[in-house]
Design a protein around this ligand. Structure first.
Ligand SMILES: [Mg+2]
Length: 253
């Protein structure tokens, strides 16, 4: 899961800017964690503490209200009575990675990915995108190869992950269906975590979320180099590090 956080931090400084040259500095003084990291850790914490997803998401977001959330999500997070609001945004898949690590089998992966999504993002596109990311992580961790997992995700979720179009630069697309296929394609064609994140950042647009998703999936097959772990951890405050360490102990990573 730290692959997702690394991607968020690395991609953060390019969000909304033109894509950088492919040899950009991975970690830079402008890099910081954003909403992707806060929500990813909240979903992990909810699973580990057996608390409702909405409760822990709200508590984490209220601790870090300036991490770059969408306006609708922020309103949801600060209103205890708010229900899901039909969102099809990439907020649901960007926070799902812990499900791919902690759920015990495919049925549980799909169920929990949907449940963590539906507390706010209950549009079928968002739910499906979250399920695709969590299932890819689960299958890769179980040792299924990149090609096999790609084929399965394409078939089951109807995404085209191999055509030349999928990695084409696009505008600032924050939809789940506009974000997950290119991020998955970056992970499926990657040779390392760093490579996956560089491909994802190169797509441009919502670079922290693209890189978060690509990093989340790439970690499951390539692992995370110790230097990336060190640089990532150095950019997290103590309470988020504690949440990360609780997840690490539970997932055995
Ligand atoms: Mg973000």
């Amino acid at each position: 899961m730290i692959g997702a956080i690394a991607g968020d931090i690395i991609g953060s400084r390019f969000e909304g800017h033109p894509a950088p040259p492919s040899n950009f500095d991975l970690f830079h003084s402008d890099c910081c964690f954003t909403d992707d990291t806060v929500c990813t850790l909240a979903v992990a914490e909810a699973m580990l503490s057996n608390q409702p997803f909405e409760l822990v998401l709200r508590s984490f977001v209220r601790r870090y209200p300036d991490a770059g959330y969408g306006g609708m999500f922020l309103r949801w997070a600060f209103d205890d009575e708010a229900g899901p609001y039909g969102s099809w945004g990439n907020g649901a898949p960007m926070r799902v990675s812990a499900v791919g690590w902690l759920a015990r089998d495919e049925t549980e992966v799909l169920r929990l990915a949907a449940r963590q999504s539906a507390v706010s993002h209950d549009h079928p596109d968002a739910i499906q995108a979250a399920q695709a990311v969590a299932l890819a992580i689960h299958l890769l961790r179980a040792g299924a190869g990149l090609d096999g997992v790609q084929t399965r995700i394409e078939k089951e979720f109807g995404y085209d992950l191999s055509g030349p179009e999928v990695l084409k630069r696009r505008g600032f697309d924050v939809s789940a269906t506009g974000t997950v296929p290119p991020a998955l394609a970056a992970a499926f064609q990657s040779t390392s975590l760093e490579n996956a994140i560089r491909i994802a950042v190169g797509i441009g647009g919502d670079t922290d979320t693209l890189a978060c998703l690509a990093g989340a999936v790439a970690e499951a097959v390539h692992g995370v180099p110790s230097e990336v772990t060190r640089e990532t951890r150095a950019r997290l405050p103590v309470d988020l590090l504690q949440a990360l360490d609780r997840f690490k102990a539970a997932a055995g990573t």
